[in-house]
Every structure is written in structure tokens, then in C-alpha cells.
Write a protein that binds this ligand. Sequence first.
Ligand SMILES: Cc1cc2nc3c(=O)[nH]c(=O)nc-3n(C[C@H](O)[C@H](O)[C@H](O)COP(=O)(O)OP(=O)(O)OC[C@H]3O[C@@H](n4cnc5c(N)ncnc54)[C@H](O)[C@@H]3O)c2cc1C
Length: 415
Amino acid sequence: MSATSDAVSCDVLIVGGGAAGIATAALLRRRRPGLDIAIVEPHSVHCYQPGWTLVGAGVMTRAQTERPEVRLIPPGVRWMRSAAAAFDPDNDRVDLVDGRRVSYRRLVACPGLKTDWAAIPGLAKSLGRNGVCSNYSAEGAQRTWQFLQQFRGGTALFTQPPMPIKCPGAPQKIVYLAADHFRRSNILNQTRIEFHVAGDALFGVGFFVPVLKSRIERYGIDLHYHSNLKSIDGDNRIATFAVSDADGTRDEQRAFDLLHAVPPQGPLDVVRDSPLANAAGWIDVDQVSLRHVRYGNVWGLGDATSTPNSKTAAAVRMQSRVVVDNLLADIDGLSNAAAQAAYDGYASCPLTVSYDEVVMAEFGYGGRIMPTFPLDPRVPRRSMWELTRHVVPRLYWDVMLRGHTLDIAHRPRDF
Ligand SMILES: Cc1cc2nc3c(=O)[nH]c(=O)nc-3n(C[C@H](O)[C@H](O)[C@H](O)COP(=O)(O)OP(=O)(O)OC[C@H]3O[C@@H](n4cnc5c(N)ncnc54)[C@H](O)[C@@H]3O)c2cc1C
């Protein structure tokens, strides 16, 4: 890396030191130790976000989901503790909020997405008060568990905003866990649980819907489609939903004792306002090669991209391998179509349907079912709960973020 007072340059610049950025840096470093790599990342703590569902249910502590960023940045990789302010791919440059300019030969863009707490009036100021919580932040997940423990019966509302969001299964995982917690506390029959979904489906892959519906029925959950959380009056514990049907859209109010809210999500402003974005504001990459469709020396992965997979860390695990293969092939002058590694859309979503069962949903582009194990993935299993609780976090910290790969095949299977 070369540096002047306000300008630096590197072979590979990675913007975003989250799941995708760290996994990619670690893999690149192992595969090509001499490469000059820099990561731009503003935060000093990295969160294992899949653990937030379990923090919200009291199964994991917040501390178990957090590690200092400095311990995760691979040795030899330079951490620029700042944020990208502007992408300038026509000049192979990124401007940082602290005024520095970074030039690169190749760019990997993975700054995640925007969790838009301000989009729902009353949400930000109610969080952590008046029974309002959300597993979509570390602090919010702690509050979820606190409020679940304090709940003594009444009305518990859960919401799911329009897609795309990260981990599309997460809004409903906490519904089942809360219901099971109320059942175990003998207050389920004094509780009205409503799940308000902005869209018209319980889960994006229809194959898994029947088992989820059966759990909705078993717990007596009142499921509302086309019902989008619009505002919260925390002091009076009233939530307003925009409800759509054949007659149009109207406001409906619901009183609550507990409200688990999921904020709307979308592209970060710095991505949306850049030449890297597609019309919807996401980083415009080819869904198979993960190479940018207009800038040949740019790759993108993780929650920030236009690819139509489910935005999950499990997807990042497969995407980081594809990006590293294709970026190194480009360095080696092998970037013809035959040399391209291909991402098949793999994602996984452990649906926690109770305190000791998980439906392990694994699928790829077009909803193709891609199980790791030779078992029917629709069946809720205790083994999958144990895997989710104990094995997957270790794979995240010690395998994926360390640049190791496991040769696990997720082949499409028909059922
Ligand atoms: C409640 C919840 C439950 C989930 N459950 C699961 C699950 O069960 N299984 C699963 O696989 N996935 C799950 N996920 C999703 C998973 O955590 C994400 O898909 C994954 O973290 C995406 O990785 P990423 O690197 O793209 O984004 P992130 O990990 O969010 O990292 C993005 C990084 O970019 C940084 N950044 C932001 N702006 C800038 C900027 N301007 N310049 C530089 N850096 C920037 C951020 O600080 C952050 O460190 C869950 C997520 C949530 C919230």
C-alpha cells in the first residue's frame, strides 16, 4: 500500500468489514498472501447478527454475538477505520468521510444495507420503552428478551415489512419463539398474538409454508397479510397499520402490550447515489459471477447487492468464494466465461419454530431446495436446533471469517 497525506492506493479495496468483507479478505489473504488489501469499516465491534434472534429469546447473550473488529481483520490486511462517502468507479477511487481518497486496482463492495428506523414514525423513540422492541439491533434484541420475560398476557404484535429485508425469516422466528415462551410460562391462553405481514406470503419459498402455517395454527397466532406497520404511539401503546384489500388501503389501529417491530430496509444512500447502483439502488452485479455489470474491476456481495437471493450470512459464505475465485482469475488474466465461478443463489434460514426445533430452510435461485443433509428439510428437528445454536456460530467465527472453506455440497433436490 502506498500513502500520501490524504491519498492511499491498494490492489484490492474492500468497502464494508462485516460478514462479507471479513470473509472475503480472509479468503483472499489465504489464497494470495502477497496481495495488498485494505478494508474500509467504521465500526470497532462486529456483530453475529444471526444470533440476535436467539438473544431476543434469551438463548444467547449479546456478548456472545460480538467481537472486536480488530481481532477479525486478517493479519496483513490494512483496516481503514472510516466509512465510504462516495464511490467513483470511473476513476477507480473511493472517497472516505474523513477526507481520505483510496485508489484501487480492484474493488469489492459489501457495505450491507440500511435499516431504516426513521421510516416508521414513533419507532426509534419507542424502542426499548412501552413494550416496543426489535431483534434487528443488538440493543433491541436484549429488549425483546426483557419484555418477553415481563409479559403477563395481553396483546403481542409482531410485524414484517415489505421485502427485501435481511434474513426474511427473522421476523417470524421470534413470533414462534415468543409463542413457545408464553406456552411454557402458562400464559399462551391469556395472550392474543398477531403477526402483521406487509406482503401476501408467510415465506418466500412455498415449499416451507405448510409446516410454518401448521405452527401458526398450533400456537393460535392471528396472521394478517397486506398489513404494513405505519406508525407507533408508544405512550398510548397503539400501532397503526396500512391495511390493503380489494377496496384499497386504509389505516387500522391496534392496542398492544408488546410490539416486536422490524424496520423497513433498503440500499444505503452511499450506494444508491453512486454509479454502482441499479435503478432500485442496489449494487448492480451479475447474479452468477457477482461481477459488476458495468465496471469490470468491481465485485459485490452480501446484503448490498442486486442479486435475488435471500440476504443471509449463509449466502455470504458461498458468495465470498465466488468473488475470490473470479477476482483472482481476473488478476491472473483468466477472466473468460469458462473460468468464472458461479453463485447459484444458495441461502439458508434456520426457522426456529419452538425452543428446541428448527426447520432448516436451504434454497437457491428460483426457490430450488438445496439441503445439506439427506433429510426432508420441512420436518422441524431438534438436531437442526442444536446445529443452529452451537455449530453454526462456530462455523461463522472460526471457519467463514477466518477464510477457511468447508467442502459441503448443497445440491438441488426434488421432493
Ligand atoms: C435479526 C437478524 C437475524 C438474522 N438471521 C440470520 C440467520 O439465521 N442466518 C443467516 O445466514 N443470516 C441471518 N441474518 C442476516 C445476516 O446477518 C446478513 O445477511 C449478513 O450479516 C450480511 O453480511 P454483509 O457483510 O453484507 O452485511 P453486514 O454484516 O451488515 O456488514 C456490513 C458492514 O458494512 C459496514 N458499512 C456500512 N456503511 C459503510 C460505509 N459507508 N463504508 C464502509 N463500511 C460500511 C457496516 O458497519 C458493517 O460492518 C440475520 C440478520 C438479522 C438482522
